[in-house]
Design a protein around this ligand. Structure first.
Ligand SMILES: [Zn+2]
Length: 85
């Protein structure tokens, strides 16, 4: 089994893969937090928001297959990564 912290964040159809099992598993969501920086939308001439909300969301999960907990943090613009392993 590889070290979870070396396991790159992976998702399948938007579902985070358990970093220990390394497959999508049944998981129980825990408490989530989100940073609260203000990102006022800034639209360019084409109406595209060039200042997207880049607050970081962190959510913990408990894998019901291996019983280990892991966190996923990031946002839709930067990449997500595992945390709290
Ligand atoms: Zn697991």
């Amino acid at each position: 089994m590889s070290e979870p912290k070396d396991f790159k964040y992976t998702e399948t159809n938007g579902i985070p893969v358990c970093p220990i099992c390394q497959i999508p598993t049944r998981r129980l969501g825990g408490v989530g937090t989100t940073t609260l920086m203000h990102f006022p939308p800034l639209y360019d001439e084409n109406g595209v928001n060039i200042n997207p909300n880049r607050n970081t969301s962190t959510c913990s999960y408990n894998c019901l297959k291996c019983g280990k907990s892991f966190g996923v943090s990031g946002n839709g613009y930067d990449s997500y990564k595992y945390s709290g392993l």
